[in-house]
Ligand binder design. Sequence first.
Ligand SMILES: *Cc1c(COP(=O)(O)O)cnc(C)c1O
Length: 353
Amino acid sequence: MSIFLNPPIEAMTAYTPGEQPRDKAYIKLNTNENPYPPAPSVIAAMNAAEIEDLRLYSDPTAKVLKEKLAALYGLKPENIYVGNGSDEVLYFLFLAYGQRGAAFPDISYGFYSVFADFCGIEATVIPLESDFTIDSQKYHGLNRFIVIANPNAPTGLSISLGDIEGILRTNPDAVVAIDEAYVDFGGESAYPLMAKYENLIVVRTFSKSRSMAGARLGYALGPAALIADLEKIKYATNPYNVNRLTMRLGEATVDAEPYYQAKCAAIIRTREETAKALKALGFEVLPSRTNFLFAKSDKIGGGELYRKLKDRGILVRHFSNPRICDYVRITVGTDEQMAACLDAIRAILEESL
Ligand SMILES: *Cc1c(COP(=O)(O)O)cnc(C)c1O
């Protein structure tokens, strides 16, 4: 780093993305990407004319995409904010609502603490219970910005809408963000609670269930007043935050809803079969409502398993945090990818006997 960098930025620790190594072709089960490509109609939406139109700015109002998302959820376009990945949406939420501090679980999406740091916000980090569940009572009456991933990452566990409602009800003067990056893999969305609570914002992404991690498209559902806050921050920083190609692909994606529901169902089936196979190998596997499995072996540590799988060309994610360092997080890929992963795990367990 240079001597010119502003000290608060110099002092903070930035986010570490899951590795994307280029040294050889890996079976990539480490960053919760979707193993299936976008729908054929989405691929067909991209053509030379769309690329020629890149000379024009994208629509800063995201009119068409917002209308399509609004129709999908039975909401109004003014209830929808569209951002450059849900990471940007989350960053804007910290900027908008973090002045009195921000509360989130100790084991959750790593970006929450990074955004708190980056924005100079005091973080209230609330430990998960020993079984990795969230005790929602611990979020009652905190009177500061709260963000909870539901389902949570990297545990894969979800909390009930009743629990979320308790948090909303007891924090009427604070915004509660529910990060639903994984909700399409068997979770229950909190957005219907918007009808009752003015302080709820639901964050979604096209990265996981919509096979568009590389396009960077996320959105928020919320009351018009909160959406206007996010729009203000967008117009203060980058009005063209979503590029034309991504916007067009996003529109086509919403139109292809049945394709994505079928792919989510396939991933859920593969997840359950993989969980069963891992348990048969002696793994403890947390019940997942996501496109990944969080699992620990009684025979091999998480770090060692991660390294040995990498040697065999399979990437999974390992976290050094002592609470979860025995575990690996395995993204659910295709049936073939999971069969290869399970074969590799069997071989590793045998050789370490
Ligand atoms: C992947 C992920 C995101 C980020 O999604 P992008 O839309 O790709 O920025 C946000 N929250 C959680 C919990 C995630 O796992």
